[in-house]
Design a protein around this ligand. Structure first.
Ligand code: 5AD
Length: 349
């Protein structure tokens, strides 16, 4: 028997869009069989654009000092238990050198939001750009003025990740204090695009107060904004935050959403995230099988890895560690994928 959900998945695979009611029906009625069906179509769509290549990025967590106070995040400003650090430009360059030697051609600089002065960010970008002209520089440093984003581009940065967190304004305010603005975050995504960045948005799956309606808004937003990259992973509780007692998001639903996002935008750069890998044994590989095509192993100095504790039990060793790229290659080879040594830019279709 062909279900309504299966027909909706077919329509999405063919037309790359659905009306909101379609997304909602899909979210509310799909079960294990439809999840598998969506994964199969997403896998085919990804293969058509990228073959079996998986892109890797070296993730450098450059500091955990944050001015935001998101209720879910372990590095929120008011968490006194978080031991703060900020890497120096030299430390960051040392990570890049090590990563380049291992084979990384994209460096992702991620850090607490809005605390690093623009001048320092520009100096870091210029340092990496000068030494690694063949590499892509991805930033994930939060909300800045449009003019600041333009300067980052001029200094040599290429991509910017800024998760929208939720496309439903009321839900946004349940996840963040009143000092944080939904509209400003959305405006930043527009400014990033106007500045010339390849832009990534994204959200957590199973965050407190999330509903099929809010996820519907996320999917519609992704369809309309058409980001070059999209980061999604399960919400995972962190014990020192207001949301420490909420249950973790589901790995299976995360994988289903990865499949739907692949069908919405066949060429999107879609990471199988650390959160997914931390949620469940083999989560990273399940994400790849569901349609993801990017992994971002941790390239931060070992002595700070435990401090970038967005959530409890975050993995930063084994295949999550950039130093173990060989182990990651082997585990992806086992499921029929190969790691590409390249910048891994989005392929235009
Ligand atoms: N669980 C899962 N993801 C989280 N993030 C922050 N805190 C958590 C958590 N507790 C995600 C947010 C943020 C990204 C860097 O990490 O979506 O944008």
């Amino acid at each position: 028997m062909r279900t309504e959900a299966a027909s909706l998945i077919d329509r999405l695979a063919q037309g790359h869009r659905l009306e909101k009611s379609g997304y909602r029906t899909l979210l509310e009625s799909a079960g294990a069989e439809e999840y598998a069906y969506a994964a199969a179509l997403a896998d085919a769509a990804r293969r058509e654009v990228y073959g079996t290549a998986v892109f890797v990025r070296g993730l450098i967590e450059i500091g955990n000092i944050c001015r935001n106070d998101c209720y879910y995040c372990g590095i929120r400003a008011s968490n006194r238990r978080c031991a703060r650090y900020a890497l120096t430009k030299e430390q960051i360059l040392a990570c890049c050198r090590e990563g380049y030697g291992i084979g990384f051609r994209t460096f992702v600089l991620q850090g607490g939001e809005g605390t690093l002065p623009l001048e320092q960010i520009l100096a870091i970008i210029a340092g990496i750009r000068g030494e690694f002209p063949d590499c892509a520089i991805t930033l994930s440093l939060g909300e800045y003025e449009a003019s600041a984003y333009e300067e980052m581009i001029a200094a040599g940065a290429n991509r910017y990740l800024l998760r929208h967190e939720t496309a439903d304004e009321a839900h946004y305010h349940k996840l963040h204090p009143a000092t944080m603005s939904f509209r400003h975050r959305m405006r930043c995504l527009e400014s990033l695009r106007e500045a010339g960045f390849a832009v990534g948005c994204g959200f957590m799956v199973g965050s407190p107060f999330q509903t099929s309606e809010t996820i519907t808004s996320d999917l519609k937003f992704i369809e309309e904004f058409s980001p070059e990259m999209c980061g999604i992973g399960p919400f995972l509780p962190q014990r020192d935050t207001p949301f420490g007692g909420f249950p973790a998001g589901s790995a299976d639903l995360t994988c289903f959403l990865l499949s739907l996002i692949r069908l919405i935008k066949p060429n999107v750069l879609l990471p199988s995230t650390t959160a997914l890998g931390s949620r469940e044994a083999d989560g990273r590989r399940k994400g790849i099988l569901a349609g993801a095509n990017v992994v971002m192993p941790n390239l931060s100095p070992f002595e700070v890895r435990g401090k970038y504790a967005l959530y409890d039990h975050k993995l930063s060793t084994g295949p999550e560690s950039a130093q173990n790229l060989e182990a990651l290659k082997k585990s992806l080879r086992e499921i029929g994928f190969s790691v590409a040594v390249s910048r891994g830019d989005i392929k235009n279709i």
